[in-house]
Design a protein around this ligand. Structure first.
Ligand code: SF4
Ligand code: MG
Length: 330
């Protein structure tokens, strides 16, 4: 498989009045062309910060190191080190990389009609005539299955229901046929039925358009629905990666197992928040030494797990686990 996005050793630190917060440490993951990577973890695990680093949209008090490569059209482009407003990033965002969020109004402007917003994005990145851009907008609104797309063009975001606004935001993100769609908890605020519909829609679009998706969620049920591969994050680190089948049927990391154990049944997993693991998530100012999960792990080996960072072990091709147990040392 061909790598579309490749993160190596990404680290993000925020300077705060209370001291540095290491939000992301040593994160490496990749997304192949046309596949869905589910990134799962509790809030504060660094999932969103990681994609903000990819988009070069980190807050001003953040610094990051590591390598981010993105290859939408042949030769990989290096995104790491790019300033937020670089020509490269302005040409990629909304074009070869689309973004959708939990709150559609993060992406949509309240003062312009849906049609105007989509047409503007098309004109900005693709040029052409105004009427062709408007036709494209109507075509996109039909693609996301909004009723009466011709009439929807002139609607303002506040005139739409929550689920319809999500669809409009998806249409905007797809305006220029992105190679990569970054989806940050886009269904978390929706009721279960609407969530299922939006996930269905995204899966269908992903297959039809051949785009890749990084899908961020705290919900393992959603991961089971949409992902081809999974990266599990805890306290700013990736603790396990693998195919969706390996992660669900042969998880290697105690944290992944605990998350899966906290789901009553896969079918019933919708809306289930990952909060039933013993202990508290340590605060981000004091990330534990050694394995970040050692303060909550049932299998912790004192003198090892709380001292030494665990090695990466690969139980089977394509699956990687960061734990002393699977690494054979314990
Ligand atoms: Fe648990 Fe140790 Fe493995 Fe961390 S390295 S998950 S503390 S057994
Ligand atoms: Mg988040």
């Amino acid at each position: 498989p061909e790598r579309l996005l490749d993160l190596r050793d990404l680290a993000v630190t925020f300077a705060t009045a209370e001291g540095p917060v290491r939000a992301v440490q040593g994160v490496s993951y990749h997304v192949n062309r046309g596949e869905v990577l589910g990134v799962v973890g509790e809030s504060g695990s660094g999932k969103s910060v990681t994609v903000r680093a990819i988009m070069r949209l980190l807050a001003r008090n953040a610094t990051d190191t590591g390598t981010i490569r993105f290859a939408p059209d042949g030769e990989p482009l290096t995104l790491s080190g790019q300033p937020r407003d670089s020509k490269l990033m302005r040409s990629l965002r909304g074009n070869r990389i689309g973004m959708i969020f939990q709150e559609p109004m993060t992406a949509l402007s309240p003062v312009h009609s849906i049609g105007t917003q989509i047409a503007r994005t098309v004109l900005l990145h693709r040029g052409g005539s105004k009427s062709a851009a408007r036709d494209r907008a109507a075509e996109l609104l039909a693609r996301v299955q909004l009723p009466n797309p011709g009439e929807m063009l002139d609607r303002y975001p506040h005139q739409l229901s929550g689920g319809m606004r999500q669809r409009a935001m998806i249409a905007l993100a797809l305006a220029c046929d992105p190679a990569l769609l970054i989806a940050d908890e886009p269904t978390t605020a929706l009721d279960v039925t609407t969530e299922a519909q939006i996930l269905d829609l995204l899966r269908g679009l992903q297959k039809d358009l051949g785009m890749a998706i990084v899908f961020i969620t705290h919900n393992f049920g959603v991961v089971a629905d949409i992902a081809d591969r999974v990266a599990v994050m805890y306290l700013g680190q990736v603790v396990e990666t693998g195919s969706v089948d390996d992660i669900f049927y042969a998880p290697g990391h105690p944290y992944t197992k605990a998350l899966l154990g906290s789901i009553p049944r896969l079918g019933a997993a919708k809306r289930h928040r990952l909060q039933t693991i013993q202990g508290m998530v340590p605060d981000p100012y004091h990330i534990p030494k050694g394995c970040p999960f050692h303060t909550r792990c049932d299998h912790v080996r004192p003198g090892l797990c709380d001292v030494t960072a665990p090695p990466v072990f690969s139980p089977r091709p394509g699956q990687e686990v960061r734990c002393h147990l699977t690494g054979g040392a314990a």
